[in-house]
Design a protein around this ligand. Structure first.
Ligand SMILES: C[S@@+](CC[C@H](N)C(=O)[O-])C[C@H]1O[C@@H](n2cnc3c(N)ncnc32)[C@H](O)[C@@H]1O
Length: 348
């Protein structure tokens, strides 16, 4: 469901953007940190001197920020006055439902420091970028448990991304026939909470690392949700799945692991379900040719370099095949889900 709006760039400028990508990212991140977009919006546009005064900056650095943000097409200039471009209003203002601030934060604080290790990660076929977060465990998820500030930044983005993506999921799949769902690697409980809110008969069990299920539990104050959203701490790859569910959710998990490990995980899901039970696999995907989307191409190196050392945005065909290889009798694909996501519903 990508936007059909276009930004026209010459090939030379496109290549410049690639080569100076770190500077482009810092212009956006610093623009957010300094509140430039909010100031321009609240004032209905400002000239450079007034913007500098409003933020408490010298005029010269304010001009440098405005020049960079205009070159990136995030700000327009009308006479002497700078105003936000429409895409900035949609994506870079805090009140916008499509605000990208949590993604910018996780890139800046967790991901970007590891990405210069990509070539070494490709050569060694493992997540060498983890060296930036020393501690126990071989995945980013385990390492983050020792860095509560960064863990919070990670789940602020993960929860935000899941919240945006789950609207599409809830439009496409009807959970009325499900009684109890296990949310494998359910994170901060965003999906479990949304599902339990939407379906008042549903019980959801979040199965994730101990420190993560505690984060999720702390978010729930509503007594009805507390009664129906349960927490099961453990290792999703080695511990038995909680029993008694008729649906298993595998959301933003398949992209973390190798196809072999995913097939083993789905085999465990198959074994934990009764006949007629379903396993829902929902995450970022690439197209079947392995040539896009832009998000699939840009998120996959992160899984290799930092997150796990083995995952990527697979195609929906890969997800379907893994479900069948794990023993599910049939699998349906839903590919046009928006946000470069696909859903595979595997039936036991
Ligand atoms: C990318 S997040 C997805 C969170 C959630 N499913 C969502 O869609 O928002 C992956 C989650 O898997 C959990 N996870 C990864 N490996 C795990 C393991 N071996 N045992 C338990 N949880 C694990 C992480 O703690 C993290 O919360």
């Amino acid at each position: 469901m990508g936007s059909d709006r276009h930004v026209a760039l010459t090939e030379a400028d496109y290549v410049r953007l690639l080569v100076h990508g770190t500077t482009a990212f810092e212009l956006v991140r610093s623009g957010l940190e300094l509140g430039i977009f909010e100031h321009l919006e609240n004032a209905g546009g400002l000239d450079a001197r007034r913007l500098a005064e409003a933020i408490g900056l010298a005029v010269q650095p304010a001009r440098i920020m405005l020049l960079g943000l205009c070159a990136l097409r995030l700000i327009d200039k009308r006479g002497d006055v700078y105003v936000n471009a429409d895409m900035t209003r949609r994506k870079l203002l805090r009140g916008s439902p499509r605000f990208l601030g949590p993604l910018v934060d996780v890139q800046a604080r967790v991901i970007n420091q590891a990405m210069p290790d990509l070539a070494e990660a490709v050569r060694r076929n493992t997540n060498v970028g983890l060296r930036h977060l020393p501690g126990p465990g071989t995945t980013l998820y385990e390492r983050l448990t020792a860095y509560p500030g960064l863990q919070q930044v990670f789940y602020a983005n993960m929860g935000d991304a899941s919240h945006k993506a789950s609207r599409q999921l809830l439009q496409r799949y009807d959970f009325s026939g499900v009684r109890h769902a296990i949310d494998v690697g359910g994170g901060d409980g965003t999906n479990a909470i949304e599902l339990a809110r939407r379906y008042p008969h549903l019980t959801v069990t979040v199965f994730d690392q101990d420190s993560v299920v505690r984060l999720a539990a702390d978010r729930i104050t509503d007594p009805d949700l507390r009664r129906r959203v349960h927490f099961h701490p453990g290792d999703i790859l080695t511990d038995p799945l909680p029993a008694g569910a008729d649906a298993i959710l595998v959301f933003h998990i398949f992209e973390i692991w190798s196809l072999q490990r995913n097939t083993e995980l789905l085999r465990a899901c198959h074994a934990a379900l009764p006949d007629g039970g379903v396993c829902l696999i929902y995450n970022f995907v690439s197209d079947d040719e392995g040539t896009g989307s832009m998000s699939a191409g840009l998120v996959s190196p992160y899984f290799l370099t930092l997150a796990s050392g083995e995952g990527m945005a697979y195609s929906a065909a890969d997800m379907e095949q893994a479900a069948l290889n794990a023993g599910f009798s049939q699998a349906q694909r839903y590919e046009d889900m928006g946000f470069s996501h696909a859903l595979v519903v595997a039936h036991r």
